[in-house]
Design a protein around this ligand. Structure first.
Ligand SMILES: Cn1cc(CCO)c2c3c(c(-c4ccccc4Cl)cc21)C(=O)NC3=O
Length: 282
C-alpha cells in the first residue's frame, strides 16, 4: 500500500457515510478547492471481469450524463493501490432509504420526489441511457440549505436558511444503453418481471417500474418482497392501496407498475402529470 496516494494527498477524510461489500464511501474535503465530496473507494475489479465492466460503465455514464440538477454530479475517477476511486457530489441530506426509516413521506413530499426523479430519469432516457437500479438507497438528498430561495429585498429575513431539499439519482453502476443486449440486473425488489424474463425491449419502462415501487415504499408501502407470492402479486398489478394518499396518487402508482411495460407512463409523461400541475386542473 503506497501512501503517496492521490486520495491522501488531495483529500482530508471527514467521515464514513457508507460501508458495504462494494467498498466504502467517505465524506472528504478537497484540499485545493475546499469543497466537500463523496468518494467511493472499492477494490480494483479483476481485469476483464463483469465488475470491471460495471466500474467502467459507471464512469462512462457519469461522463456522458454531465451536469443535471437531479443526477448526482461526477467529478473524477482514478485507480491507485489496487483500488478504484470515484469522486462525486456530496449530498448532505442522506439517502431516501435513510429518510424512509424515519417514517413514510406525506403526499406533498412524494410529489416533490416524483417531480425531481422523473426529471432526472427523463434526462437519462433522453440520452438513450437507462439507470437499471432505481431504488431508495440510490436516491440522495441535497438540503439546498443556505441558498436563499428569495432575493434579498422581499421581506424574508435572510439569515433564516431556506429549506427546500432536492432529490438526485445516484449510483450509475448499472447504467446501460436502451438498446443494450445485456443488462446487469439491479435489486430484485424493484425488478419488473419482463426484465427477469430477458425481455429488454423497453428498458426505460423498467426504470419507471422501479421508480413506482420506490414511491410506493416511500409512501409507507414497504418493505418490498424479494421473491415469492407477494413478489408475483405486485408484478401481476396487485399493488395495495396506500389509504392516506389520494386516489389519483394510488392510480398513478398502479400505472407505473403495470404488468405491461407499454402501459407505464414515460418519464417525460410523468413530468407533465396533472398531480404535478394542480393549477391546470381548475
Ligand atoms: C452511501 N452513501 C451515502 C452518501 C451520502 C448521503 O448523504 C452517498 C453519496 C454517494 C454515494 C455513491 C454511490 C455510488 C457510487 C459512488 C458514490 Cl460516491 C454513496 C453514498 C454519492 O455519489 N454522493 C453521495 O452523497
Amino acid at each position: 500500500e503506497s501512501n503517496i496516494s492521490r486520495y491522501n494527498i488531495e483529500f482530508v477524510e471527514l467521515g464514513v457515510v457508507g460501508l458495504g461489500e462494494f467498498g466504502r464511501v467517505t465524506r472528504c474535503v478537497n484540499k485545493l478547492d475546499g469543497c466537500v465530496y463523496a468518494l467511493k473507494r472499492s477494490l480494483r475489479p479483476v481485469a476483464g471481469s463483469a465488475a470491471e465492466r460495471a466500474a467502467l460503465t459507471e464512469v462512462y455514464a457519469h461522463a456522458a450524463l454531465g451536469k443535471h440538477p437531479h443526477v448526482v454530479r461526477y467529478y473524477s475517477a482514478w485507480a491507485e493501490d489496487d483500488h478504484m476511486i470515484i469522486q462525486n457530489e456530496y449530498c448532505d441530506g442522506g439517502s431516501l432509504q435513510q429518510k424512509i426509516q424515519n417514517g413514510p413521506l406525506r403526499e406533498s413530499e412524494l410529489l416533490l420526489l416524483l417531480a425531481h426523479i422523473a426529471d432526472g430519469l427523463a434526462y437519462i432516457h433522453s440520452l438513450q441511457l437507462v439507470h437499471m437500479d432505481v431504488k431508495p438507497g440510490n436516491i440522495f438528498i441535497c438540503s439546498g440549505e443556505g441558498q436563499p430561495a428569495h432575493d434579498s429585498d422581499d421581506g424574508y429575513d435572510d439569515d433564516e436558511p431556506q429549506y427546500h431539499h432536492i432529490y438526485k439519482i445516484g449510483d450509475l453502476g448499472h447504467v446501460t444503453c436502451v438498446s443494450s443486449p445485456s443488462v446487469e440486473e439491479g435489486d430484485c425488489r424493484y425488478l419488473p418481471k419482463e426484465v427477469l424474463q430477458e425481455d429488454l425491449t423497453q428498458l426505460t419502462k423498467a426504470d419507471i417500474f422501479a421508480f413506482g415501487l420506490t414511491l410506493f415504499e416511500a409512501g409507507g408501502g414497504g418493505p418490498l418482497p424479494k421473491n415469492g407470492q407477494e413478489w408475483h402479486d405486485i408484478r401481476d398489478g396487485k399493488l395495495p392501496d396506500l389509504h392516506y394518499l389520494s386516489r389519483e396518487f394510488n392510480q398513478l402508482l398502479k400505472k407505473m407498475v403495470d404488468p405491461d411495460p407499454s402501459a407505464r407512463p414515460s418519464a417525460a409523461r410523468l413530468r407533465r402529470h396533472p398531480l404535478l400541475h394542480p393549477a391546470g386542473n381548475k
